[in-house]
Design a protein around this ligand. Structure first.
Ligand code: NAP
Ligand code: MG
Length: 405
């Protein structure tokens, strides 16, 4: 059989621990036998980041900007323990944060659905995608423990040195707490653009929730920017596709999400996205069934699994013990990347291959062959059988081969 040619190079970012082990298996068993790919390979395993003073991470981000589409394996974000374990020069920052900052991107997450792992919420039939604004708010705050009675004020001084505004936060009668947070029009606009782009791309309705009734300046600015972006650049396109942009209060959005059947993108402010994506992840079954894509306002894409390097399984693997680690999200990171590459290159055969691989993977789980994490949450069935990491990939490979014949 002739291999399928992938026209433009794909940026491949390798990573750490158990996901690195699975990454190699996925490539060797499911991709390389069928695809003729030109890979711009960046090895971001922790040791390499340390050796290059983390320059390799910036190089990888640059390559995504150049080629437009990349796929990333999970990587260790070092903490004190890792600095010791890997004898690092310093506690390097999270590669995801570095790449996100370089691309000015927004992260979107979506669950992989299979018919034998039912969402905890009965009405959810289709994936609910979440778009989290990954800049500012409480994640870049300035806070203070007020020790005694006194006046807390907020002051804005322009770059020219002029005090433009002063407001009272509270006249404290005793101890308390205060917090200052911020966001920028530029970042909110990027976020809005990324959300509209993603929703339009995936043919999803877009919901956005904030609390503009209470926060009449801060949250109101988010709403205003989303409205402006919609009116200026998306209204006609959305209407043509029968898609809806819907703004509602965040509490109303939360209540309605429970009753919807899914099939929408939920744009969330930073904190809402942090909290709600964990709720969605757990309600849809397993961490290993959640994919993630970083989309830049310029239309660059980086696909990955949303879980980490599965450290505990890796230590077992190092001891020579068998693991039952789930490669679904890694496989879907690759298929997401291939589908996007194929779309941009106008090579439908690449998109079709990715679709068949997704089908094969889903069908294997639905036939009852699954890894340990799914055994715990799948609908009980006598056909259910737990398999090891490499067996799971081998089963998918067999099914894929049949589909491609
Ligand atoms: P994790 O790798 O997501 O794993 C947490 C637990 O979730 C695992 O111990 C396992 O539970 C389960 N799990 C996650 N993925 C699984 C899979 N594919 N198959 C089966 N079970 C899976 O999180 P972590 O252990 O807290 O973090 C490990 C490292 O990953 C850290 O160094 C962190 O910095 C990094 N990290 C990287 C990224 C990224 O690159 N995007 C994201 C998050 C974390 P059981 O042990 O109960 O089986
Ligand atoms: Mg969270």
């Amino acid at each position: 059989m002739n291999k399928i040619n992938v026209k433009t190079p794909i940026v491949e970012i390798d990573g750490d621990e158990m996901t690195r082990v699975m990454w190699k298996m996925v490539k060797n068993k499911l991709l390389l036998p069928y695809l003729d790919m030109n890979l711009a390979y960046f090895d971001l395993q922790l040791k390499k980041r340390d050796e290059t003073d983390d320059k390799i991470t910036l190089k990888a981000a640059k390559a995504i900007k150049k080629y437009g589409v990349g796929v990333k394996c999970a990587t260790i974000t070092p903490n004190k323990d890792r600095v010791k374990e890997y004898n690092l020069k310093q506690e390097w920052s999270s590669p995801n944060a570095t790449i996100r900052a370089a691309l000015d991107g927004t992260v979107f997450r979506a669950p992989i659905l299979v018919n034998n792992v039912l969402p905890t919420v009965r009405s959810w039939k289709k994936p609910i995608h979440i778009g989290r604004h990954a800049y500012g708010d409480v994640y870049k705050n300035c806070e203070y423990r007020v020790p005694e009675a006194g006046k807390a004020e907020m002051v804005f001084t322009s770059s020219a040195g002029k005090e433009l505004w002063r407001g009272t936060i509270q006249n404290f009668k005793g101890p308390g707490i205060i917090q200052g947070i911020h966001n920028t029009d530029k970042s909110i606009t990027s976020f809005a653009k990324a959300c509209f782009t993603y929703a339009y791309d995936q043919k999803l309705h877009l919901w956005f929730g904030a609390k503009d009734t209470i926060s009449k300046t801060y949250d109101a600015q988010f709403r205003k920017i989303f409205d402006q972006e919609y009116q200026a650049n998306w209204k006609a396109k959305f209407e043509q596709e029968g898609l809806q942009y819907f703004f509602t209060l965040i509490d109303d959005a939360v209540a309605r999400i429970m009753k919807t059947e899914g099939g929408l993108l939920w744009a969330c402010k930073n904190y809402d996205g942090d909290v709600m994506s964990d709720m969605l992840g757990s309600a849809y079954g397993s961490l290993a069934m959640m994919t993630s894509v970083l989309v830049s306002p310029q239309g660059c894409y980086e696909f990955e699994a949303s879980h980490g390097t599965v450290q505990k399984h890796y230590y077992k693997h190092l001891k020579g013990e068998k693991t039952s680690s789930n490669s679904m999200a890694l496989i879907f990171a690759w298929t997401g990347c291939l589908k996007k590459r194929g779309e941009l290159d106008q090579t439908p055969e690449v998109v079709e291959f990715a679709r068949k691989l997704e089908e094969a993977a889903v069908e294997i789980v639905e036939s009852g062959i699954m890894t340990g994490d799914l055994m715990l949450v799948a609908t009980p069935n006598p056909n259910n059988r737990q398999v090891y990491t490499e067996e799971f990939i081998a089963e998918i490979a067999k099914r894929l081969k049949n589909k491609l014949q």
